[in-house]
Design a protein around this ligand. Structure first.
Ligand code: ADP
Ligand code: UDP
Length: 237
């Protein structure tokens, strides 16, 4: 498969057309960003680790009946995916309170959220990804009723599957973000599932094993991603 025209570069991934219609190459770069792109760095090996991590998770989800854009691994840091018409909202589920939820509502960091909390955010860095609700999504035409329902139900299904997977290997899935897009009349899970877009804590020590290590200058960012990968069975080398 040939890399075609460069379609766009996000903060951590670049997307290219290919010689096959409807298929894209997604390149996981070593670039890492936080605080809506205010803090940036290059982290050696991150692109490769996230590419393989994402492939593993997307395949696990497919096995459990979740339809995703993932087609195949192409190189160490590139995957082939279906080209989606992305819905410009982020779907977040939280099992434990931390991050923006605590800042916004004054909730104690680390408390269990039972039932889990679901939130939509608008993908708009310039406005710091504001939280939106279903009325905004409907009124501004970002998605239809049935798509909103589908995104919520699917995000909770993903939560059940992945909470179980991480728990089996001694980790807590604290929260995560998903993005969906339209493909030939249906919605598919798009973008990525990696430690860049979720929070994972060691179940015993509650040590952070995700991008909070970068946000909070804790060091050992990619080493933590690799540790999670090894524990769940992702082959990196
Ligand atoms: P950001 O937009 O947050 O800076 P990335 O660096 O991860 O993010 O860039 C990836 C971009 O590709 C995002 O805008 C994402 O919505 C988009 N994208 C993800 N999966 C697909 C897909 N299958 N088809 C088209 N675009 C996609
Ligand atoms: N998240 C993400 N991209 C974003 C915003 C959030 O991947 O643009 C993820 C983040 O990594 C975390 C979850 O969504 O796993 C909830 O993030 P939160 O709202 O707490 O925001 P943050 O503290 O990251 O600003």
């Amino acid at each position: 498969m040939q890399r075609g025209e460069h379609l766009y570069a996000g903060k951590a991934k670049s997307v290219y057309l290919t010689d096959v219609p409807n298929l894209l190459i997604m390149h996981f770069r070593n670039d890492t960003s936080a605080f809506d792109g205010e803090k940036v760095a290059q982290l050696e090996r991150k692109g490769m680790v996230n590419n393989k991590f994402n492939a593993f998770i997307m395949q696990k989800l497919e096995e459990q009946g979740i339809k995703t854009h993932f087609e195949k691994l192409l190189t160490e840091d590139e995957s082939v995916v279906k080209r989606l018409e992305m819905i410009p909202v982020e779907c977040v589920v939280r099992n434990i309170a931390t991050g923006s939820l605590c800042k916004r509502l004054g909730i104690t960091d680390g408390i269990d959220l039972n039932p889990p909390v679901f939130e939509f955010f608008l993908k708009d860095d310039a406005r710091h990804d504001p939280m939106v609700n279903e009325y905004h999504i409907r009124s501004f035409g970002w998605a239809e009723d049935r798509e909103i329902e589908f995104m919520k139900t699917t995000t909770f299904k993903v939560n059940d599957i992945l909470q179980g997977l991480f728990m089996q290997h001694g980790m807590l899935l604290v929260d995560f973000k998903l993005e969906f897009g339209r493909y030939q009349g249906e919605l598919l899970l798009g973008d990525e599932f990696t430690p860049d877009g979720c929070r994972i804590w060691d179940a015993t020590t509650r040590e952070k094993l995700d991008k909070d290590r970068f946000r909070r200058n804790l060091g050992g960012v990619v080493e933590a991603y690799e540790e999670v990968a090894h524990r769940i069975g992702v082959h990196l080398d």
